[in-house]
Design a protein around this ligand. Structure first.
Ligand code: ZN
Length: 66
């Protein structure tokens, strides 16, 4: 199942309008919004490991002050 590189969601239903090519690789997005974000700056969404500056809104920051 493809993963939306912008928001990290699994893309259950791929739609042609929500696909984009970058450097010969096809990427899938959950919505036109994410695709537009990607198209604006594709290099920012390449898989280079966890990107803490971008991943915060996805709840991936570990906050263990329990
Ligand atoms: Zn998305």
């Amino acid at each position: 199942m493809p993963i939306d590189p912008v928001c990290g969601m699994n893309v259950h239903e791929t739609q042609p309008e929500n696909e984009s090519f970058y450097k010969g690789i096809k990427y899938y997005f959950c919505s036109a919004f994410c695709r537009e974000e990607f198209d604006r700056d594709p290099g920012a969404y390449m898989y280079t490991g966890p990107d803490e500056s971008e991943a915060d809104y996805h709840g991936e920051s570990i906050d263990s002050e329990d």
